[in-house]
Design a protein around this ligand. Structure first.
Ligand SMILES: [Fe+2]
Length: 698
């Protein structure tokens, strides 16, 4: 039975900016006269955010004859030949929405497989898409989905999707994926034009130039172009959706999408842009709204556009007003009215249910996040002369915690080695990724979740990137100015100590079990445990399991290190990269993060994994089971009443489009299996390498 009656459902569709169609009991053959004309629907079709009785469908049918609107017929069928059509409706496409079309189809049976297509008034048809409805909330069948992120099409090829399609087509029907969870960086707004790329290459990649912005602006001292108008953002989506692998994937599964940074701006937060090599905040309220509008137009998602105009995004009128450092409120939100209007123009945090076993909670980590406390000039004196680049854990805890550090007693000075600066965050609130409103919603929803597994779809990883430079050999140890452990990176949940603890404490206190965090952004595969803190600062008390999926295409640090870690005069090179006995570069950074600096340096010296593991630091990373900073591909998740299994499907560096239909050979497939734990117990995972060579990752 549908959860909503028809009147409520019509209201919902209108609020979502979608035309509505209803499934009916009397199926009949198609009479639309559909003839496929993919050229007239150049971005293909898509579906998104299914629930157990409805799903959003999407296409784009542009017209260039001066008209402002047209009408498409949409057909939904129970078979790919459309001999059993279950729903049809007429849906407008508007120039004002860049000719994109959204249809919410309701009254569909749960756990169904459907095919859909769009036809214009001359019988020209889109390609055929396939979609699925969710199992009913009490349906005990196992649930499966894939998660992906970071798909820069200017520097790589989406072979991961090809592999995913290849495997799904060959899987038993009950083992097929229910949806694809896209965790952000669906587009990269930052592009290089030919004159900005040396020798046409970027690391291992031959750069291509599928995007040329109608307006655009040059940034970062003319190193890149970024969008400077709504049309610019639209151009990026249009270019991406012409990729055949992405288009085939969107036509095969419903997608559930959230954004990360690149859907708006590389270093963007709230409605602010920042660009490498240039000073200051660039007010970008109008571009934040434009980015949100383009996302809304191109991603079929259950998110509410501003206003109630059918099929079009009523963009709020904002101006690019500079934000002042003094205008942040008590939760880190800048209260400048145009900033608030811009970031509120599209709220994408939301929850979806998939059968009995998955409550999926999705957060927005960029629109509401507070100022990065490490991104202040005041800190620079501490790092003068530093060549390691690690941040002491205790220093970062002071920066992250602000006035809340040490139960409200922050130190007056920030200290590193023999250097100190005044504690410029001593009066600031702790860092927030989610902002107060979203965090309240998130914790509430998490507490109330009733599915076996609570999956937090999150663009940013939560696992600490901890390192132990205090264990460097004597000839290098003077490089480390901290006292104990350090962090390799400080920008994501792995170093958002205060807010992460708030969330994990709420999970523990409410007795929530089955918390699974899936993330992207790091361009690397990680598996481990969700714990708010690591010994010796606090006991190790994980409240869930945490995964990061490798990038679809975007360059990972293993590849970067092959270029930037010079062989001469670089005594710490072995912490990142070392050649094996065949002279092939291996990602020793994985060893540094998982086993410690001694293991990485031992491998560099002996090229022997066993010898490297013999000198591991067992205290470094109780939270990690797997790290591969050189992996690309995707991950799958399978949940049932007792077990959750995540598989990392790692493909070779995607520097060329795989010639066959299997996406190329696999590098490895590794599985982490977690039994459901009870409140008060700690989760544990079992690792199995199913095929291939995981190198230095375990
Ligand atoms: Fe990315």
């Amino acid at each position: 039975m549908p959860a909503l009656d028809r009147r409520q459902f019509l209201k919902l569709a209108a609020a979502l900016g979608a035309t509505v169609a209803f499934g009916c009991a009397h199926v009949r053959p198609s009479s639309s006269g559909w003839r496929e004309r993919r050229d007239l629907f150049p971005q293909g079709v898509a579906s998104g955010d299914p629930d157990h009785h409805s799903v959003l469908l999407w296409t784009r049918r542009p017209y260039a004859d001066g008209r402002e609107r047209a009408t498409l017929l949409v057909e939904v069928a129970e078979d790919p030949a459309f001999s059993r059509v279950i729903a049809t409706t007429a849906a407008p496409v508007l120039a004002a929405a860049d000719w994109t079309c959204r249809v919410l189809v309701g009254d569909l049976p749960a756990a169904g497989e459907y095919w859909y297509r769009f036809v214009d008034d001359e019988g020209n048809g889109s390609r055929i898409g396939r979609t699925l409805t969710a199992p009913a909330p009490d349906d005990p069948r196992p649930a499966r989905f894939a998660f992906v992120s970071c798909q820069d099409v200017c520097i790589g090829y989406l072979n991961g999707y090809r592999r995913m399609i290849f495997e799904d087509e060959r899987a038993a029907p009950e083992e097929r994926l229910g949806f694809v969870l896209h965790l952000g960086d669906f587009i990269y707004e930052v592009v290089a034009y030919p004159d900005q790329v040396k020798n046409g290459r970027n690391f291992d990649r031959v750069v291509t130039f599928p995007i040329r912005y109608p307006k655009g602006k040059r940034v970062a001292r003319n190193r890149f172009w970024v969008p400077d108008s709504l049309d610019d953002y639209r151009v990026a989506y249009k270019a991406y959706l012409q990729d055949p692998d992405l288009q085939d994937a969107r036509a095969r599964w419903p997608f559930v999408c959230i954004w990360d940074n690149h859907e708006f701006s590389w270093n963007g937060w709230q409605s602010i842009q920042e660009f490498a090599g240039t000073d200051g905040w660039v007010p970008a309220q109008t571009l934040k709204v434009a980015a949100n509008q383009a996302w809304f137009e191109y991603q079929p998602a259950r998110v509410l556009p501003p206003g109630a105009k059918l099929d079009a995004f009523n963009a709020p009128n904002v101006r690019d007003v500079p934000l002042k450092a003094t205008d942040f409120d008590d939760t880190g939100l800048n209260t400048e009215p145009n900033n608030l209007a811009a970031i509120d123009s599209l709220i994408i945090y939301r929850a979806l249910r998939w059968g009995r076993h998955i409550d999926l909670l999705l957060t927005d980590n960029r629109s509401f996040r507070s100022r990065d406390p490490g991104n202040h000039d005041e800190i620079n004196p501490l790092f003068e002369g530093d060549t390691l680049g690690f941040v002491p854990e205790d220093l970062w805890a002071q920066l992250d915690g602000g006035r809340a550090y040490n139960n409200g007693n922050p130190p007056a000075k920030l200290v590193m080695g023999d250097k100190s600066v005044h504690n410029y965050v001593a009066k600031d609130p702790p860092q927030s990724m989610l902002g107060a409103k979203q965090k309240a919603w998130f914790i509430d929803t998490l507490r109330g979740a009733t599915a076996t597994w609570k999956v937090w779809g999150n663009s940013l990883g939560t696992l600490d990137t901890r390192v132990d430079p205090q264990n460097l050999p004597p000839e290098l140890s003077s490089k480390w100015k901290g006292k104990g452990y350090g962090l390799m990176t400080v920008y994501d949940w792995g170093s958002m100590y205060h807010e992460r603890a708030e969330i994990f404490d709420a999970v523990r206190d409410a007795g929530v079990t089955g918390l699974v965090i899936v993330a992207g952004d790091r361009h690397s595969f990680w598996a481990g445990y969700a714990a708010k803190a690591l010994p010796p600062a606090a006991p190790f008390e994980p409240v869930g399991v945490s995964f990061v999926g490798g990038s679809m295409t975007s360059v990972g640090s293993a590849e970067v290190n092959e270029y930037v870690q010079k062989k001469d005069n670089n005594p710490t090179r072995g912490l990142y990269i070392a050649e094996d006995t065949d002279g092939k570069p291996q990602c020793t950074e994985n060893l540094t993060l998982r086993h410690g600096v001694r293991s990485a340096l031992e491998y560099e010296k002996t090229k022997d994994v066993q010898k490297a593991l013999a000198v591991r630091n067992p205290e470094l990373a109780p939270h990690l089971e797997f790290v591969d900073n050189g992996g690309h591909g995707y991950a799958t998740v399978r949940c049932d009443a007792e077990t959750m299994v995540t598989e990392f499907v790692c493909i070779p560096r995607p520097v060329a489009r795989a010639p066959g239909n299997d996406g190329g050979p696999l590098r490895y497939r590794v599985r982490h299996e977690v039994a459901l734990w009870r409140a008060g117990e700690r989760p544990r995972m079992r690792q199995t390498v199913l095929e291939g060579d995981v190198g230095l990752s375990i």
